[in-house]
Design a protein around this ligand. Structure first.
Ligand SMILES: *Cc1c(COP(=O)(O)O)cnc(C)c1O
Length: 497
């Protein structure tokens, strides 16, 4: 017997009144969540019994009432976040959502278009957002791009075009004949991709997926600051080209995820131009800093790249996911992905049903979400000058943390401190010179801090050693948070001595 709480299982259409009632409840929850987060513990894991209960649940057979579903959300989901958004959270590169982006996501879902193509607003908004990104990052207006899930997808897309471009120059039809290029005499041609050991792992994944293979990844030495040694890149390219290998791309970081250091982009662009090699910039974390006065010049050479990936869901505070890939050569991008016979191409139908060339011709996805709306609304809301001050604030907070570390005899600061990332480690005199003990101590500190609920940061490995890592991409983080985070870490260290 169905209980009174059950409702008909196929009640698809809601009345306007019901939509409003539930919407107000959801908005209430969001308002409470976002404004009380700073007073909650930064993080606590999902209790074992809750996780086990979730995994043990059978597929719902009868529909449940919406209020019951919302209560489940509140008690078992909404109260176990990963900590991001909390002003004392600075792990990985995870930012809080701009509230307008939260609502934009609901509005986009209400329209629920497939943004494969066509003459509807979502297509034009995505194209407008792409024009804005081209303008911010110095790409020509006739270049192309797409909104994608993130810099990982941007890497697959950008490096996919790079691979197509390199193969085509060798007279090889990659799309038809696959990734095993052979030259005129039937000898295999080795494709190569260049990056430093500091480059994000998503590029290795992309290279494996593109059939190039990680053995073809050439690791360019980095200097003491962990940024690319360009004369080494130049020499490697010269030597590899002399052997008949085919360099496909050089990956340069506009802010590494480990330390925030920026590879020497103008010099890398020069070397790529000299050898005719594709330059892909990984701007997943740092690229938005181009909007600040301080980093505008240093990041300007992003505009010389052949492709770039940017994560608006990181340092532009747009809710996940909101990645952007830009590709300088629009025709090459379309030639890499388009699977529409030429007689169906829609170049001449800007004002008809088909609209401008379909976005699905420029990437691997067909049905695509209306990601652009949240980016469009956030950029309208903040403007580039608003972003400049929010990003500058995050950088100032990182420098404040670095200053505290520098002032403490028990801690060592990784220098140079890059963008809004601070790497540091406890180096108490009692274990001075013992690297293994120092690694172990910092791992213990990290685990205790992460579970303690007062602060949350992550760690990384630099030159083979464990460092604590704080990446501040939260405009809500203030000086008292920085002080509290550092004090928590220092207190944890003392508790171990
Ligand atoms: C996050 C990040 C990536 C990967 O991007 P996703 O959005 O996670 O796919 C690549 N590079 C850098 C520098 C990043 O911060």
């Amino acid at each position: 017997m169905p209980s009174a709480a059950d409702q008909p299982t196929a009640d698809f259409s809601w009345s306007a009144e019901e939509i409003r009632r539930v919407g107000h409840e959801v908005a209430d929850w969001i308002a409470t969540y976002l404004t009380t987060l700073p007073a909650s513990p930064v993080f606590h894991p999902v209790p074992t019994d809750v996780a086990e209960r979730l995994l043990a649940e059978p597929v719902p057979e009868r529909g449940e009432r919406v209020d019951a579903i919302l209560r489940r959300f509140e008690s078992e989901i909404g109260n176990y976040p990963f900590g991001n958004g909390h002003p004392r959270f600075s792990a990985w590169v995870n930012s809080p959502p701009a509230v307008i982006g939260v609502y934009a996501q609901a509005l986009a879902a209400a329209m629920n278009p497939s943004v494969a193509g066509g003459n509807h607003a979502a297509v034009w908004i995505e194209r407008e957002v792409l024009q804005w990104f081209k303008s911010i990052f110095g790409f020509p207006p006739e270049s192309m791009g797409l909104l994608v899930s993130g810099s990982s997808a941007a890497a697959i897309t950008g490096l996919g075009v790079a691979r197509h471009s390199a193969a085509t120059r060798r007279g090889w039809d990659m799309r038809c004949d696959g990734a095993h290029i052979v030259d005129a005499s039937g000898k295999p041609v080795r494709m190569l991709v260049y990056e430093t050991a500091e480059a994000h792992s998503c590029h290795q994944k992309a290279i494996e997926l593109l059939g190039i293979g990680s053995a073809q990844l050439r690791v360019v030495p980095s200097d003491g600051e962990l940024s690319m040694r360009v004369e080494a890149l130049d020499a490697m390219l010269t030597a590899d080209i002399a052997t008949g290998a085919l360099p496909v791309a050089v990956i340069a970081s506009a802010g590494t995820v480990n330390t925030g250091v920026i590879d020497p982009l103008p010099a890398i662009a020069d070397v790529c131009a000299k050898h005719g090699v594709w330059m892909h910039v990984d701007g997943g974390y740092g690229a938005p800093a181009i909007m600040t006065a301080e980093y505008r010049a240093e990041l300007a050479a992003i505009g010389r790249a052949d492709s770039v990936g940017i994560d608006a869901h990181k340092w532009m505070y747009v809710p996940v996911d909101a990645g952007v890939v830009l590709v300088r050569d629009a025709k090459l991008m379309r030639d890499t992905f388009s699977l529409v016979p030429p007689y169906l191409r829609s170049d001449d139908d800007k004002h008809g049903v088909q609209g401008p060339p379909w976005l699905s011709e420029f990437g691997s996805e067909q049905t695509r979400p209306f990601r652009a709306l949240k980016v469009w609304m956030a950029l309208r809301y903040f403007g580039t000058s608003g972003y400049a001050s929010l990003i500058a604030h995050d950088i100032a907070m990182a420098r404040a943390l670095a200053a505290r570390v520098r002032a403490s005899p028990d801690f060592e600061l990784w220098e140079p401190q890059g963008l809004s990332i601070v790497c540091f480690r406890a180096t108490p005199a009692s274990i001075a010179g013992d690297d293994d003990a120092t690694d172990a101590l910092n791992q213990r500190i990290l685990a205790a801090v992460q579970l303690g609920g007062e602060a949350f940061l992550s760690s990384t490995v630099l030159r083979g050693r464990t460092w604590l890592r704080s990446c501040i991409v939260n405009p809500g983080t203030q000086l008292d948070d920085i002080a509290a985070v550092f004090d928590t870490i220092a207190k944890t260290l003392r508790s171990f001595s």
